[in-house]
Structure formats: structure tokens, C-alpha cells
Design a protein around this ligand. Structure first.
Ligand SMILES: Nc1nc2c(ncn2[C@@H]2O[C@H](COP(=O)(O)OP(=O)(O)OP(=O)(O)O)[C@@H](O)[C@H]2O)c(=O)[nH]1
Length: 382
């Protein structure tokens, strides 16, 4: 049971003391106070850009609005910037701006400096099933403009719709796009501008994985979360643990062992099952109540001696673990360690929230604005 000590040490390193309030209710007023720390337009943003029909709106709808991939076939073309504030339902307190296909940087009504200044990440979507030469030109123009305004932005390139490509074709497309995009940057003496590439599709979990990585880069507490997860799993005999944003199923942190897609998919499926069952049988007779609350927990034993263990951490976050049946015999220890882990997570975000308040007066576009504000644990004090 050494975890408690180590967890407390970590929390202490964040300046947490025992006198911190420990009531983490889910009352509506509490949520209101923390959910609206700034006027919505000032929230850090993630931009979705790319050519027409590359799949931007589909990505946003599938990841954050539970739209089924097939329904995206009927999405209409976006013709103005669509600002989606997901902070009321998600841990990550940011806005996603979905741009219409062609953004004209020379249009005087388009204030791109203002937009890029408050941006944490710019996702550029390239349709891998289409000829991507034009998209590469657009990518270069967009990232070079954005970089000049705000070099702190994370530039992420989604090579999208790869469900239609064979495995060899996927690798070849990624290599080619990577090479050409970086050559264009080198020609413009922009070697310092770093692009990250992901192969994505809305028809599998790759889009959630890619979005997880994009969001993780914007979470300042990530190293602490990873440390806490490492301590938790090594003291509990757990093989893999993910900290999930329940609503979007993006994982905001995991322990440092490598992520394999199958484990991630298994945990995503578990969240779906738990929420679906809870929606059907967990609400009160008059339909009130919540499908996910403090009591939410589930254990699923698979027929291959694997156990899945899910528990609520905060209003928006759940811990989902994969472990062997033998390790689950020490369930008491796991539950106790989880209790310490949960407490530490709350404390980490308490500190995050108080720090946010301190820097809250800083202007949009200042370096600290790159990190997204987080919907940690709502509290009743301002
Ligand atoms: N095969 C496949 N099709 C996709 C994928 N993502 C999106 N699509 C399809 O691509 C088409 C265009 O998607 P949209 O999301 O409307 O594209 P957009 O980039 O928002 O388009 P604009 O609003 O015109 O800029 C739709 O028919 C989607 O169903 C994917 O991962 N795989």
C-alpha cells in the first residue's frame, strides 16, 4: 500500500496541502461556476482546417457529438466558421472551430491574426483518398501564416479517410505527404516549424487516438497524471490504465507502457456499454438523474482471463484499467489504491484551477494560453 505515500508526495510537489477543500460535489451551481471562467470567445481553441470535403465537420461530429460515421454522409458543407464550445460536457475546456473549406487569408474581413493568437492546436485535415497536391499547398500557406503570428501553436496533420487504403498504401501516402510538406517548409526556411502526422479515419478508433494525442499536448499536468497512473498500476498489478474523457472517449493520459490499439478499443467499448446500460437502467423512473455520476463503476470479466475495471474519477473523467484475473483477487488493494489515486487527481486539478484564476487576467495569445483550460473538479469557491 505504498501508493498513498507516493501519491501524496506528488500532490505535495504541486503545492497541495491538507487544508484543501475535499468536497467535490456535482451540484449544478458548482459546475456553472467553473464551467464558465471566461467569455466563450476567449477560450483556447483547436482549429480544424483543410480543403472542402476533407472531413473536418465529420471528425468534430463523430468525436464530440456521438454522430455515427455513416450519418456524416449527409452533412452539409460548412460555409462559415462554426464554433463548438464543448466545455459544458467535456473535461477539456476549449472551443473547436470548424472552418469552411477555403479560407481566404487575403479577405480583409477574415482576421486571421486574432484567430491564430488564441489557438492551442491547428489540425489540418488532408483527404488521403483524393489527390493531395492542392491540399499540401494549402497546408503550407496555412501553417506558415499561423506560425508567424503564433509560433507556440501545435501543428497537427490528419491524413484522413485512410479506411479506403491498403496498409502499404497508407504508409506510402504518409511518407510522401511528410516528405513534401517538410520540403516545402525547408524551402521557406521554416525548419523550426514542426508538423506531427497521424493516419485517421472516422470508421475506426484512429480518429479518437489522434485527437487524444492532440489534446494531451495541451494539458500542462500531463507528466503528473502519467506519474500517478504509473504508480497506481505498478502497486495494483494492473497492466494498462487510461484516464478517459467520458463524453468524447479521448484519453487524456495513460501510463508509460506502449498503447496498443486493441486495448484502447476495448476500453472505449467498455465506456459505451456502461453509459448505454446506465442510460437504460440507471435513471430514475421520471427520467431524471445522470447516466454517469459519483457511483459509476463497472467490472467486466472476459473469457480470456482479462478483467476490465472502470471507475468514476471526476464529473468528466473515468479510469479504465485492463488486468489479469489473478491480480483482481486483490480487489481490496486495487480499490484502496484507486481511492488514493482519485484523491491525488482531484488535488492536481484543484491546483490547476487556482493557477488558472491567477493567470486569468492575462491577454489571449500570451504563451500560457496555448494550454487549454481544463474542467477539473468543480468547486464552490471563486
Ligand atoms: N471514407 C471516409 N469518408 C469520410 C471520412 N470522414 C469524412 N468522410 C466523408 O467525407 C465527406 C465530407 O465530409 P465533411 O465532414 O462534410 O467535410 P468538410 O471538410 O467539413 O467539408 P466542408 O464543410 O465543405 O469544408 C462526407 O461524405 C463524409 O462522410 C473518413 O474517415 N472516411
Amino acid at each position: 500500500m505504498s501508493i498513498q505515500y507516493e501519491v501524496e508526495q506528488l500532490a505535495d510537489s504541486y503545492g497541495v496541502t491538507d487544508s484543501f477543500p475535499k468536497d467535490f460535489g456535482y451540484g449544478e451551481e458548482e459546475a456553472d461556476i467553473e464551467d464558465s471562467p471566461a467569455p466563450s470567445d476567449n477560450k483556447p481553441r483547436i482549429l480544424l482546417m483543410g480543403l472542402r470535403r476533407s472531413g473536418k465537420s465529420s471528425i468534430q461530429k463523430v468525436v464530440f457529438h456521438k454522430m455515427s460515421p455513416n450519418e456524416t454522409l449527409f452533412l452539409e458543407s460548412t460555409n462559415k466558421i462554426y464554433k463548438d464550445d464543448i466545455s459544458s460536457s467535456s473535461f477539456v475546456n476549449f472551443q473547436i472551430w470548424d472552418f469552411p473549406g477555403q479560407v481566404d487569408f487575403f479577405d480583409p474581413t477574415f482576421d486571421y491574426e486574432m484567430i491564430f493568437r488564441g489557438t492551442g492546436a491547428l489540425i489540418f485535415v488532408i483527404d488521403a483518398q483524393d489527390d493531395y497536391v492542392e491540399a499540401l499547398g494549402r497546408l503550407h500557406l496555412t501553417v506558415s501564416r499561423a506560425y508567424r503570428v503564433n509560433p507556440e501553436i501545435n501543428f497537427e496533420v490528419f491524413i484522413h479517410k485512410v479506411d479506403g487504403l491498403s496498409d502499404d498504401h497508407k504508409i506510402e501516402t504518409q511518407r510522401d505527404i511528410h516528405q513534401r510538406a517538410n520540403d516545402d517548409l525547408a524551402d521557406a526556411s521554416l525548419e523550426k516549424l514542426h508538423l506531427s502526422f497521424y493516419l485517421t479515419s472516422i470508421y475506426d478508433h484512429s480518429i479518437f487516438e489522434a485527437f487524444s494525442k492532440v489534446v494531451q499536448k495541451l494539458i500542462p499536468q500531463l507528466p503528473t497524471l502519467e506519474n500517478l497512473l504509473n504508480i497506481f498500476i505498478s502497486n495494483s498489478g494492473i497492466e494498462k490504465a487510461f484516464l478517459f474523457d467520458v463524453v468524447s472517449k479521448i484519453y487524456i493520459a495513460t501510463d508509460s507502457s506502449p498503447v496498443d490499439m486493441q486495448s484502447y478499443e476495448l476500453c472505449c467499448d467498455m465506456i459505451d456499454v456502461v453509459i448505454d446500460v446506465s442510460c437504460i437502467y440507471g435513471l430514475r423512473e421520471d427520467g431524471s438523474g445522470s447516466a454517469y455520476d459519483k457511483e459509476s463503476m463497472a467490472i467486466i470479466k472476459l473469457n480470456n482471463t482479462t478483467v476490465l475495471y472502470l471507475k468514476e474519477v471526476t464529473k468528466f473523467l473515468a479510469l479504465v484499467c485492463i488486468l489479469r484475473e489473478e491480480s483482481f483477487e486483490r480487489k481490496g488493494l486495487i480499490d484502496y489504491n484507486f481511492h488514493c489515486f482519485r484523491k491525488a487527481i482531484h488535488e492536481v486539478f484543484e491546483v490547476g484551477i487556482s493557477n488558472q484564476r491567477l493567470v486569468g487576467t492575462q491577454a489571449v495569445g500570451s504563451p500560457c494560453n496555448k494550454a487549454v483550460a481544463l474542467n477539473g473538479t468543480p468547486r464552490n469557491t471563486v
